[in-house]
Design a protein around this ligand. Structure first.
Ligand SMILES: *[C@@H]1O[C@H](CO)[C@@H](O)[C@H](O)[C@H]1NC(C)=O
Ligand SMILES: *[C@@H]1O[C@H](CO)[C@@H](O)[C@H](O)[C@H]1NC(C)=O
Ligand SMILES: *[C@@H]1O[C@H](CO)[C@@H](O)[C@H](O)[C@H]1NC(C)=O
Ligand SMILES: *[C@@H]1O[C@H](CO)[C@@H](O)[C@H](O)[C@H]1NC(C)=O
Ligand SMILES: *[C@@H]1O[C@H](CO)[C@@H](O)[C@H](O)[C@H]1NC(C)=O
Ligand SMILES: *[C@@H]1O[C@H](CO)[C@@H](O)[C@H](O)[C@H]1NC(C)=O
Ligand SMILES: *[C@@H]1O[C@H](CO)[C@@H](O)[C@H](O)[C@H]1NC(C)=O
Ligand SMILES: *[C@@H]1O[C@H](CO)[C@@H](O)[C@H](O)[C@H]1NC(C)=O
Ligand SMILES: *[C@@H]1O[C@H](CO)[C@@H](O)[C@H](O)[C@H]1NC(C)=O
Length: 423
């Protein structure tokens, strides 16, 4: 991993007295290589969520590692805050305190290479999951991926996990460049090498079940039946949303079984008992999971929308307290179906992934400490009016939900999966 550090303390103080034009002209005078570009942020990689997003006076897109070093040295010298953008799928609201900074767009660091002999994957800092699926799949190698293929892979490495021990555990090599700075915390990661696995199975069983909202309780009971015995081959994602495409309030259960069809179907057959409105069970290559999932709503060339508000809350549980989950779901269903236009795009996920492999990695070995989590909860509220009454209502609703789940989570203290902490 090549990365260049800066001081995190810069984020906490309000700086940038330099006028915008000055920053731009000073960047121009740094002698960056001819392939680098400087311009308004709107013309460069946009962040997925605009909710409490950082703001920049300019973007700079370096062409070489040397350019990156010069830009960072300049920013540190003049105390100008900056953030590196890889996939741009971040939604951390703490970065909303960064104003008048520099967006360091890493798009040029986009190489992907697989070494079959040594079982390694080397990628640039801007590579997204979708970019590695083809090369790795063709090599019959495998690595844990995100369920959203537009997410930056390096960003997700700073969290992450699934059947294999987790992307973050696969980091092999880092090339490090440290600029002078007292507090070494934030990094611009330019290149990462991961170790990869031979694929678990030549093909996997991919399954989607679409149910009406009244199947909620039974699906939760089905999940609970696996609470302490989820097979290592069987991750689930439950997606609940109000969507006119799926006939209103509905629930999709997405499952993958990394093994033979008949074996997977033995675990999944119960879901047929809940009269799914639609289902699809198909054997596919692992590298096709992103494109197939949720009835193929995101084709393999899907590009995530950017720059729209997403107010995201999370939670983690050790056990499924059915009453709490069901009460939440009923409240959520009522909320989203009563404001289908205002809350269009709002989704609630239960990410119920096997943790056998994740637990083999000590909790202090990566930045992701909570390795004992049974299910991750993700509450993703989408709405335009982020300043008014709706914002207050959503924050109250989500805070109450989080506290309800926390009190019955089975953990002695609140825990949370580190979703991509980047930008
Ligand atoms: C600097 O740029 C920001 C973002 O483009 C803009 O909001 C602000 O008004 C500019 N400030 C000056 C002094 O030009
Ligand atoms: C991975 O596959 C290669 C080629 O089939 C084989 O030689 C190697 O032993 C396998 N590695 C492991 C760890 O199974
Ligand atoms: C659930 O809703 C669907 C669709 O509205 C309906 O066909 C089904 O009978 C309902 N099931 C139960 C158990 O209420
Ligand atoms: C089922 O999923 C597979 C894999 O994504 C897809 O190729 C196929 O078209 C789907 N079938 C139906 C009937 O939608
Ligand atoms: C993605 O692929 C589909 C089908 O090949 C095509 O119609 C669409 O234009 C492509 N979208 C982009 C953004 O390339
Ligand atoms: C949280 O729990 C309280 C007490 O059971 C309940 O009244 C409230 O509706 C719950 N909130 C949510 C968002 O589920
Ligand atoms: C929600 O947004 C999608 C496009 O993003 C649109 O197709 C759909 O009609 C919208 N639904 C409602 C209820 O506004
Ligand atoms: C993790 O904790 C164990 C046990 O306390 C300790 O031996 C080990 O050195 C720690 N590892 C790291 C990377 O801090
Ligand atoms: C996992 O968490 C539960 C609940 O806090 C605890 O009882 C159990 O000992 C933990 N297991 C491990 C291996 O940490």
């Amino acid at each position: 991993m090549k990365y260049i550090y800066t001081a995190v303390s810069l984020l906490l103080i309000s700086i940038a007295s330099a006028a915008n034009g000055t920053i731009r002209s000073e960047l121009l005078s740094l002698g960056l290589s001819s392939g680098s570009q400087i311009g308004p942020t709107s013309e460069y990689t946009q962040r997925w969520s605009s909710y409490d997003a950082p703001s920049y006076v300019t973007a700079v897109k370096p062409a070489t590692e040397d350019d990156v070093a010069k830009i960072i040295a300049y920013a540190i010298k003049f105390s100008i805050p900056f953030l590196s953008i890889g996939g741009g799928h971040g939604f951390s609201i703490t970065l909303g305190t960064l104003h008048n900074g520099i967006e360091l767009d890493l798009s040029n660091f986009d190489t992907v290479s697989v070494d079959v002999q040594s079982s390694t994957l080397t990628i640039g800092g801007a590579v997204r999951f979708r970019d590695i699926l083809g090369p790795l799949g063709q090599a019959h190698k495998e690595i844990p991926i995100g369920s959203e293929s537009c997410v930056g892979m390096v960003d997700a490495t700073l969290g992450g996990g699934s059947q294999q021990p987790g992307t973050s555990s696969q980091l092999l090599q880092r090339r490090t460049r440290i600029s002078s700075g007292a507090f070494v915390v934030l990094a611009s990661i330019l290149e990462v090498t991961y170790s990869v696995y031979n694929e678990t199975a030549p093909q996997v069983l991919h399954a989607d079940f679409l149910s009406a909202f009244n199947a909620s309780q039974r699906i939760l009971e089905y999940f609970k039946s696996f609470e302490s015995s989820l097979p290592a081959e069987l991750p689930f994602i439950l997606l609940a949303a109000y969507s006119s495409d799926f006939g209103g309030s509905s629930i999709i259960v997405n499952a993958v079984y990394a093994g033979p069809q008949a074996e997977g179907e033995k675990y999944l057959y119960t879901l047929f008992k809940f009269s799914p409105i639609q289902h699809n069970l198909t054997m596919i290559f692992w590298s096709e999971i992103n494109a197939a999932s949720f009835f193929g709503t995101e084709p393999s060339n899907y590009t995530c929308p950017t720059d729209s508000p997403h107010n995201v809350y999370g939670g983690a549980v050790y056990q499924f307290d059915i009453d709490t989950f069901q009460e939440f779901y009923e409240n959520y269903e009522q909320l989203t179906s009563s404001m289908p236009v205002e809350l269009n795009g709002t989704v609630y996920f239960i990410e119920f992934f096997p943790k056998q492999a994740v637990e083999t990695v000590p909790s202090n070995a990566t930045v992701y400490a909570w390795r004992n989590t049974t299910a991750h909860l993700l509450f993703n509220f989408a709405y335009i009016d982020t300043e008014g009454a709706l914002d207050n209502r959503i924050n109250e609703f989500a805070t109450a939900a989080r506290s309800n789940f926390t009190s019955v989570s089975g953990f002695p203290q609140p825990e949370l999966y580190n979703y991509p902490i980047t930008f």
